[in-house]
Design a protein around this ligand. Sequence first.
Ligand code: AVJ
Length: 322
Amino acid sequence: MLTEAIPQYPVADFAAEVRAGLTKPGQKELPSKYLYDEVGSVLFEVISVLPEYGLTRADERLLRHHAEQMISRLPSPVLVAELGSGSGKKTRWILQALSRRQRTTYYPIEISPTALAQCEKELGQIDSVSIVGYERSYLDGLLEVAAGRRAGESLLVLFLGSNIGNFDRPAGEDFLGEVRRRLAPGDGMLLGTDLVKPAPQLLAAYDDPIGVTAAFNLNLLARINRELDADFNLAAFRHAVKYDPQERRIEMHLRSTQAQSVAVRKARFSVVFANDETIWTESSYKYVPAEVVEMAQRTGFRCEAQWVDREWPFAQSLLIAV
Ligand code: AVJ
């Protein structure tokens, strides 16, 4: 795979965001994008095979069963750009279907070099598919892919795995609008969204009994210790999950089990925690299918088709730029 590389998050950005999130008044928070270092990315792969976490399997099932139908609604030739390469496993179905009708170039756009390498391992062997990885933020990478295409080539953007769920609703909609601004009429976007389901099922998915999700969450503090020379005592924080039915979102927190003070030396600050105080580390918004259609319409797309998994409610929506 060719990789257009620029450095990962500079440590100064990480330090500044950690400092801002932990020193702000009221609810402390940390950006969820920092969950995915080398350890966190591997732990997420494990989460995705847990029986309680049906999301990734539902996403993959929909692509496996309907890839042909999905691509039959797109013009040819089409370039494929994926926002967040993930492991590349589910993308295989789309690429294989496309490669039966055309030579295909696949552009995974991903800030993590580990994830890009994994993606190449998984997808490098498909006949008639070339891979060009972009180690960039999603929107910067997409701009470059769109700018580099030749006349007559259309673009299919993949945003799978309900990664949009990490944005709050207005930010998710803004993000769709930003994607649309980089596309031309007729280009497509395949958007995966996890759907609302009963709270006990959602809570189990984010608080699994063998503690993988807890480890995934706690690793964020371990990462801050490693990269920012901090002294979080991981034994004094607990993984905590809640579902907010009004907002239709899962929240992951880390709860301090005692009053304590933590120094983050490379970010030049200390922070005190009260007993039971939490750090909000991730939100995972859940959708209803009609809401995705409306969001698409408000951001310059029409929803061409939707596929919903029955076993684990999850939707793939094929949006076409108008
Ligand atoms: C990769 C953002 C879709 O929100 O379900 C899994 C991340 N966090 N378990 C999700 C996650 C805890 C996941 N996404």
